[in-house]
Ligand binder design. Structure first.
Ligand code: FAD
Length: 333
C-alpha cells in the first residue's frame, strides 16, 4: 500500500481527549522502507508523530506534517519455552495483549486495555498493575529523523523508568519507532499483587483470565474515551524524597505511599487530588472524573488551551495543600 496523504485533516476523532484539531498535512505510512524514504524528503519541516492519540494534547491547528506509522503486522518466533514477538508500530496494543494471552503466552496480560499502538508504548514505558513494557521488551527498531537510517537498539539502551524513556528525553523528535520485539513465556506466573486482581481470578489462572480481570477492573474504574474524552491518567504519580514523604505521612496518616528502590517515595496523585475535594469537580468543558481523580475528562466543546488552564488549577490546588508538584503525563503535540 502506498502512503496516504491528506491536507487540512480534522483530527478531533483521532485523539481520545476529543480535542478539536486541524492538521496541515497527514501522511499514513505502511512500511519501514516507506517511512525511511519519506523522512529523507521531509527536511526541516515540523513533524508530529501520531499513533492512537491516547496520550497527546493536540492544538487547534497542527502545522507541518503529521505522520501516522500504520505498520500493522506481528509474528511469533518460538525459542524453547519462550517466544520473541516481532510487532509493527501500528499494531493496536490491546489486541496484541489479548491475542498473546489467549494463546497462553505470559508477559503482557496485566497491560490489557491500555489504548494506543505498539509504536508509542516505549515512549512512556507503558505500565499498569505492577508490569511495565520494559519488563518484556527485548529491542526497538527505529528510523532516525535526520538521515532516514534504520537502527535496532536493545531495550537496555532506552533509559526506561517510571513513565519515562529516552524517547521522551534526548531522542524526542529525533527518532521514529517502527518495530518492537517482546519476550513472552509459556512459564510465567500471574502477577496479582495490585488492587483486587487476585480475588477476580480462580486458582492458577491462565494469562487470558488475568487479562480479562484487568479489563474488568479498568472498565469499572476508567471512563471509556468513546463516551467521555480523556487521556487516562493526566498526572504522573509524584516521587518525593523520603523526608518529605515522612513529614506528609505525619499530617496525613492514611496517605498511600510506595517506597522505591532508590529510597525515594512515590505518592498517589489521584489521592492527593481527591483530598483537595476535586473529584467530580467541573469547570466549563473540563472536569475531574468522578470515580478516578487522576483522570481529567472533556465534556465536549473545549480545546487544548482550556484543558491546560484547567489542569493548572488542579495542580495548583495540590501544590498549595501538600507542597507537591504534579507533572503532566500526556504530551503536547
Ligand atoms: C483510558 C486510557 C487509559 C490509559 N491507561 C494507561 C495505563 O494504564 N498505563 C499507561 O502507561 N498509559 C495509559 N494510557 C496512556 C496511553 O494509552 C499510552 O501512553 C499509549 O502508549 C499511547 O499510545 P498512542 O498510540 O495512543 O500514542 P499517541 O498518543 O499517538 O502518542 C504518544 C506520544 O508518543 C509519540 N509517538 C507516537 N508514535 C510514535 C512512534 N512510532 N515513534 C516515536 N514516537 C511516537 C507521539 O508523538 C506522542 O508524543 C491511557 C490512556 C487512556 C485514554
Amino acid at each position: 500500500m502506498r502512503p496516504v496523504i491528506g491536507l487540512d485533516q480534522d483530527l478531533t476523532r483521532a485523539n481520545t481527549l476529543g480535542l478539536p484539531c486541524v492538521a496541515e498535512e497527514v501522511v499514513d505510512v505502511f512500511s519501514r522502507d516507506q517511512l525511511a524514504s519519506l523522512i529523507r524528503q521531509v527536511g526541516d519541516r515540523r513533524l508530529t508523530l501520531l499513533s492512537g492519540g491516547s496520550n497527546l494534547i493536540l492544538p487547534d491547528y497542527l502545522p507541518g506534517m503529521t505522520l501516522r506509522p500504520r505498520l500493522d503486522y506481528w509474528w511469533v518466533e518460538r525459542c524453547g519455552q519462550d517466544a520473541l514477538v516481532h510487532v509493527g508500530a501500528g499494531v493496536n496494543w490491546h489486541r496484541l495483549v489479548m491475542a498473546l494471552a489467549s494463546k497462553g503466552w505470559w508477559g503482557i496480560e496485566n497491560l490489557a486495555l491500555i489504548p494506543g499502538h505498539c509504536g508509542a508504548a516505549p515512549v512512556q514505558n507503558i505500565g499498569a498493575y505492577g508490569v511495565e513494557l520494559a519488563d518484556v521488551l527485548e529491542s526497538v527498531t527505529l528510523v532516525h529523523r535526520d538521515s532516514g537510517a534504520v537502527e535496532s537498539l536493545p531495550a537496555g539502551a532506552c533509559g526506561f523508568g517510571y513513565r519515562e524513556s529516552r524517547f521522551k528525553g534526548e531522542w524526542d523528535g529525533k527518532v521514529i519507532i517502527t518495530d518492537l520485539t517482546l519476550r513472552v513465556s509459556r512459564h510465567g506466573a500471574p502477577k496479582l499483587g495490585y488492587g483486587d486482581l487476585a480475588s477476580r481470578v480462580g486458582e492458577a489462572p491462565a494469562p487470558l483470565a488475568v487479562a480479562e480481570a484487568v479489563c474488568q477492573v479498568r472498565r469499572e474504574k476508567l471512563p471509556d474515551p468513546e463516551q467521555l474524552g480523556n487521556a487516562g491518567s493526566f498526572f504522573k504519580n509524584p516521587v518525593v524524597e523520603a523526608a518529605r514523604a515522612g513529614a506528609l505521612r505525619e499530617s496525613y496518616p492514611g496517605m498511600p505511599a510506595y517506597e522505591l528502590e532508590d529510597g525515594r517515595v512515590k505518592l498517589a496523585a489521584g489521592w492527593l487530588i481527591d483530598q483537595c475535594g476535586l473529584k467530580g469537580w467541573r469547570q466549563g468543558h473540563f472536569g475531574v472524573h468522578d470515580r478516578q481523580a487522576l483522570v481529567l475528562v472533556h465534556h465536549g466543546g473545549g480545546n487544548a488551551t482550556e484543558l491546560l488552564a484547567f489542569a493548572d488549577q488542579v495542580s495548583a490546588r495540590v501544590a498549595e495543600r501538600f507542597g507537591v508538584t504534579l507533572e503532566r503525563e500526556p504530551r503536547l503535540a
